[in-house]
Design a protein around this ligand. Structure first.
Ligand SMILES: Nc1ncnc2c1ncn2[C@@H]1O[C@H](COP(=O)(O)OP(=O)(O)OP(=O)(O)O)[C@@H](O)[C@H]1O
Ligand SMILES: [Mg+2]
Length: 254
């Protein structure tokens, strides 16, 4: 179980997370939505301690990891997680299968002789065959996304943090990824946090949807409730409307 209380994260004077309280129960999927720059990636980077929080507490399976500094202890916590980076973060200098297998030596007890086989199997799960020996630079954007997803699930983690798993994919591939997320949840009882802009995907895979706005979750409920919410911020987001209380600051670019 992941329990977060009073989580704060600043970048200089910018207060990105302003006291987040949320718990994700075992085996559940939380979808986090919110505008660009609202702090969604920052939120999950804090959970896996790629960022150091400025306040509050993060507990994983009852263990407080907020200020954990010991590299071995942190590595043991990270072994529980799969992480899909928003940008994919693949290494162009190694092959696709080596990318997928990259974390296995830290994250699993599998012998190296099995790495290629495991990578192949995970690539097949995300609908990729015959790409093992290619370089990431030879793949389309959507294929890279799926390779990154295969890497996130390679060590069969208990928790998976997905940062926009369907962005840049066509609608059919998006739905295949949605089904894969549901499959991992149902068959392997994985607990997940999924950041997405894709409301269709959120409504399909989430047990709960939470919306991040100005550093806090302003709504958190079951998908059906979220869809019908009369909170004007949520409503505007669900409708994808330029009109409403959320003002996008295009002015800032001037
Ligand atoms: N390492 C960093 N250093 C300084 N500022 C940062 C850093 N990472 C994020 N920020 C700032 O924090 C804010 C939140 O960024 P974050 O990437 O978490 O947003 P997001 O909700 O994931 O956005 P998007 O939907 O565009 O991915 C932004 O204003 C961003 O500029
Ligand atoms: Mg982001």
């Amino acid at each position: 179980m992941i329990e977060i209380s009073g989580l704060r994260k600043n970048f200089g004077p910018k207060q990105v997370l302003r006291g987040i309280d949320i718990a994700i129960a075992e085996g559940k999927t939380l979808c986090v939505v919110g505008g660009s720059g609202s702090g969604k990636s920052t939120f999950i980077k804090c959970i896996i301690r790629l960022l150091h929080p400025d306040g509050g507490a993060i507990k994983v399976d009852g263990q407080d990891i907020t200020h954990m500094e010991d590299e071995y202890a942190l590595a043991a916590v990270r072994r529980k997680f799969g992480y899909l980076f928003q940008e994919g973060a693949l290494f162009d200098s190694i092959s696709v299968w080596e990318n997928v297998a990259f974390g296995l030596r830290y994250l699993s007890d599998e012998p190296p002789s099995r790495y290629r086989e495991i990578a192949k199997q995970k690539l097949a799960l995300v609908g990729l065959d015959n790409v093992c020996d290619l370089r990431p630079s030879e793949l389309s954007g959507g294929m890279k996304k799926r390779v990154a997803l295969a890497r996130a699930i390679a060590a069969e983690p208990r928790y998976i943090l997905y940062d926009e798993p369907t962005s840049g994919l066509d609608p059919i591939m998006s739905d295949i990824i949605n089904d894969l997320i549901l499959h991992l949840k149902r068959k392997l009882a994985v607990t997940s946090i999924v950041i997405t802009h894709d409301m269709k995907s959120a409504f399909k895979i989430a047990d709960e949807v939470a919306m991040l706005y100005e550093g806090n979750f302003i709504a958190r409920c079951a998908p059906e409730e979220f869809r019908k919410s009369d909170n004007p911020f949520v409503h505007q987001f669900v409708e994808g409307s330029g009109e409403g209380p959320i003002k996008m600051k295009i002015r800032d670019l001037e």
